[in-house]
Design a protein around this ligand. Sequence first.
Ligand SMILES: [Zn+2]
Length: 323
Amino acid sequence: MKLGKKITIVMFLPLFFFAMSTCVKDNPSDFDGIPLEKKDSISLKLISAINSDSIKATATWLQRMGTRFSLADNHRLVAVSIRDKFKRNGYYTAYIDSFLLSNTWKSQNYTTWQYNVIAQLDGSVHPDSLSIIGAHYDSNVRDGDPFKKAPGANDNGSGVAAMIEIARVMRLKNYVPGISIQFVAFAAEEVGLFGSADYAAKLAYSGRPVSIMINNDMIANVTNPNRLLWEVKIKHYSNSEDLSEKASALCGKYIKLTPVIDTSGIKRSDSYSFFLKDYKAIYFESASSDYNYHTIGDLAVECNFNYCKLVTGLSAAMLVHSD
Ligand SMILES: [Zn+2]
């Protein structure tokens, strides 16, 4: 009897939890009984659709390109592949924006065409204004030949995968922002932030208003096994301290990551190019050191995509709350 009754209860428990999670996730009208503002419910909807396996699949796909070094022969093919990935996710107008780069690498001069990749989710109220989320797609190694092999799963396959995942779930959930959102994969960051510098200059010349620029760089490594102690570095510039405060608040509200405000190394990634053009930029990075940094060991198997999913959620919420 007892046994009979016990089996019945056990069987329905997962269904009960499933029903609870489904109704809260897909159409939240309240959360734990608290009425939610529209941006909160949209953020929750997007965050719950973000999938760590999907992020992992994209980072692995990028890694399998062999190298994404900006001077390697395949660098245009890498950009075209990323553009087509956006198109497959419903961004049919995704395009490549090219620029000519002359630079020196290991005392040899190179003049190459480089390719930023841009996809846009059109805004319904202010389509000319922009919120930008970006990540560099190129990779580099110091323990081998980057022209041949530079897997860059964490640096920066994780940032590109996060950006593509946000684009995917915004389409999936039919999210229509008021301000247009641009997803930008930058070229040639590792050799001198050239892709973001080129794009920020073109943007400044266009005069389009930009509400925020979010940069993700190396967001899939965490050393602490205890996820309750996971942290994320939030980096702002002298004109964007309020964005750090907003990101910290959103961390507490949705993400369960401990925010660590840290302005070290803020010149070392693409958000710096936007700061130099007076745009308000913020930069997210894992709080753990990556021992595989710029090595052929920077592989997807070394990454933690459950952690990356959380940082991706933070960026999605920042975009919604900056709209
Ligand atoms: Zn990087």
